[in-house]
Design a binder for this molecule. Structure first.
Ligand code: PGA
Length: 260
């Protein structure tokens, strides 16, 4: 695992945006896996800035989002469709025919999940998958104890995640109980994963992911088995790491071509 620790979420977002830029600039038709939530917002702002400054075009990109709430139509302001349009896609030069999110309100959810997997495969797989992490260690909406072999499917949110995400809804009861999410196996097939986390609230999940045993009790810990993972943290999210000094040492001694 490549672990990059920065003083602030702003500094981390800049590095994360440069990781995305590098993939886009080295691939003819890059395929990006994208995430929602509070964490990637700063990185999206950086990408928008690069796009507006003429430094980066996303015209040739195809995107697949990690997850979506069940039952919310795309125009619902709390849906991840709406989030992606308003926080990124409406503000950059991407071709919207090439953006994909799971269909949380499809008539046949199971068929929609199978189709989503096929679309990812037909696009040639994901070059870079951006991830956040839940305080309980989830990635996408894959909650603790879910199968590491899972594919895009309908899942039930844990009570903790419902509580955490209720800040985006008027009432706790309005948070959908079921969601559609890429599975752990889907995420693991991405050629490069980049996970972002900030704040002390994530520190325990980060410790378990990086330094704990690989266990479905902390779904993100499976990333220890992935061949190419970049983890971008702020100081607070990294404060429980036993080998924090080592990670900083490694970063300081990188070769030029290993930097972003
Ligand atoms: P957050 O969510 O970015 O809003 O903290 C991350 C997640 O639950 O995966």
């Amino acid at each position: 695992m490549e672990i990059l620790i920065h003083d602030s979420p702003e500094a981390g977002a800049k590095v994360a945006a440069r990781v995305v830029r590098k993939i886009i600039q080295t691939k003819v038709n890059p395929v990006l896996g994208l995430a929602t939530g509070g964490t990637p917002l700063r990185m999206y702002k950086e990408l928008i800035k690069m796009n507006h400054a003429g430094e980066l075009s996303l015209q040739n990109c195809t995107t697949f989002n990690l997850d979506e709430y069940g039952g919310l139509p795309p125009e619902d302001k709390r849906s991840y469709h709406y989030y992606m349009m308003s926080n990124l896609f409406d503000k950059i030069d991407i071709n919207k025919d090439n953006v994909h999110l799971p269909q949380g309100n499809a008539n046949d959810l199971r068929e929609a999940c199978r189709e989503y997997e096929k679309q990812i495969k037909d696009a040639g797989g994901i070059d870079l998958q951006v991830l956040g992490i839940g305080a309980n260690g989830h990635i996408g909406f894959n909650e603790p104890t879910g199968s590491f072999a899972s594919r895009t499917w309908v899942k039930i949110l844990s009570e903790q995640t419902i509580q955490d995400n209720s800040i985006y809804f008027d009432k706790l009861e309005e948070v959908p109980r079921h969601v559609v999410t890429m599975g752990i196996a889907t995420i693991m097939e991405s050629r490069h994963c980049m996970l972002l986390a900030n704040g002390a609230k994530k520190a325990d999940a980060i410790r378990r992911m990086i330094e704990g045993p690989v266990s479905a009790s902390c779904p993100a810990s499976i990333l220890q088995m992935h061949q190419r993972v970049t983890i971008v943290l702020d100081d607070e999210a990294s404060y429980l790491l036993t080998f924090k000094d080592h990670y900083k040492w490694v970063e300081k001694n990188k070769l030029d071509w290993q930097l972003y």
